[in-house]
Design a protein. Structure first.
Lengths: 194, 231
């Protein structure tokens, strides 16, 4: 963690809200993207990010200064998003879990007009999000940090508070579980992602 | 060199120790190359959950939502206060509620006065928030034990602190009528005592301890979610 960020954390710990504001502004976007991957919904992702910052504010005294603030926040964000996803599924068990877009915004991954392909993508996204949501916390954090954030095994180990071998095993288990679900889906659809 | 799927996963993510060897194997072994292609294709499905750009102005919106909710952050003293207060259950219950609200070292008189000023709703909310934090800390410890990669001495020290807190929170949950949470805290108490009392050793945790932690982890997670459902 760089010196300026460490100073912001220390000031925020003492109750300096302006220092915390700088943290909120620096991390809103990456945390929103992390939450979106779990929730598939922009407005819900904003709720998750809000919860993330509030949890972080309340837990700042427990943040280990040797750790990276980004991975600590990221882990809180993933858990906040998972909590929201489960809550939403409890409340609306039969609703469509993945909207085609949100607030008029298009999905970045694919803009295909082909309805069959869109359906395949939605199915893949939904199933991938379900699998990720059901993974044990260490595996979920490991795969999201490795696959989407490009974190190294060493960084994942630091985020998990575990050894590198445990982090590696968490990635392996997550990948195996994802492949077990996504592989047959891709085989059945015979559609390559756009 | 016999390559397993785990080697291919490491290679895919650029983490393999001997990438040149993997490349040579892929070039010379068509079966292996097919396995790798399948892996790449299946992982490419994760692009389905790539995130778009958020709506413009996210940072400003987020601060506008977060700022009104910021109360003074808890100091580390809160932990010591909670542990010390465990000695006297009734005062402790009031004490930890008060400690969360007034954010300073509460003396007994102040505790009583503060508690008197709470509405039942306020007490319930503060208790739920306190329990949620405690369960979160316990989850982190159990995760480390379940993963088996951490230092046993550190785990023992953390478990000892959590054990003291756990007795207090369990009592508080009972007083608040949170029977399910109290039951989970009762189970957690036994496991924390085991972890805290484990012999000092440089060896790994036993498979049984890791399995128990994994099992407890699930129960703690469910209890935390249920608590949130009450708020």
């Amino acid at each position: 963690m760089d010196v300026a960020e460490l100073e912001r954390v220390r000031r925020a710990r003492r109750g300096d809200s302006e220092a915390f504001r700088a943290i909120v502004e620096a991390y809103s976007q990456p945390l929103w993207r992390a939450a979106f991957r779990v929730l598939g919904d922009g407005a819900a992702a904003e709720d998750a990010v809000q919860n993330t910052f509030l949890r972080a504010w309340r837990s700042l005294d427990r943040f280990d200064e040797k750790a990276e603030l980004s991975t600590w926040l990221y882990r809180i964000a993933i858990n906040a998003a998972i909590d929201l996803r489960r809550e939403r599924k409890r409340r609306e068990p039969f609703s469509a879990p993945v909207p085609e877009d949100f607030n008029g915004q298009a999905r970045a991954a694919s803009e295909t007009p082909d309805p069959q392909k869109s359906a395949v993508w939605r199915d893949l996204a939904d199933r991938a999000q379900d699998v990720i949501a059901e993974l044990p916390e260490a595996e979920r954090t490991a795969i999201l940090l490795r696959h989407f954030e490009g974190c190294s095994i060493a960084e994942i180990a630091a985020a998990l508070g575990s050894g590198e071998n445990a982090a590696k095993q968490a990635v392996f288990r997550a990948v195996h579980k994802l492949r077990a679900v996504l592989g047959p889906l891709m085989e059945d659809s015979r559609h390559e992602p756009a | 060199m016999s390559l397993r799927d785990d080697d291919l996963i490491l290679f895919f993510y650029g983490e393999h120790d001997a990438p040149a060897e993997v490349e040579r194997e892929l070039a010379s072994d068509p079966d292996l190359a097919r396995r790798y292609e399948t892996l790449v294709r299946e992982l490419s499905a994760l692009r389905a959950i790539e995130a778009p750009q958020p709506r413009p102005g996210l940072e400003g919106r987020m601060w506008a939502r977060v700022e009104p909710e910021l109360s003074p952050p808890r100091s580390v003293f809160g932990w010591r206060w909670a542990a010390a207060a465990a000695a006297v259950a009734v005062i402790a219950f009031g004490g930890f509620l008060a400690g969360r609200m007034i954010q300073t070292t509460p003396d007994e008189g102040k505790v009583v006065e503060t508690i008197k000023g709470f509405s039942p709703d306020q007490r319930a909310r503060v208790l739920q928030a306190a329990l949620a934090d405690h369960l979160e800390s316990s989850q982190r410890l159990l995760l480390e034990v379940a993963n088996g990669g951490g230092s046993i001495d550190e785990e023992r020290a953390v478990a000892a602190v959590l054990l003291d807190d756990n007795r207090l929170y369990r009592r508080a949950a009972q007083l608040a009528g949170e029977r399910r949470v109290a039951a989970v805290l009762g189970e957690l108490q036994g496991l924390l005592a085991d972890i805290a009392g484990a012999p000092a050793s440089s060896g790994p945790r036993s498979p049984q301890a890791r399995a128990q932690s994994e099992d407890m982890l699930f129960k703690v997670r469910v209890a935390r979610n249920n608590l949130k459902g009450l708020s």
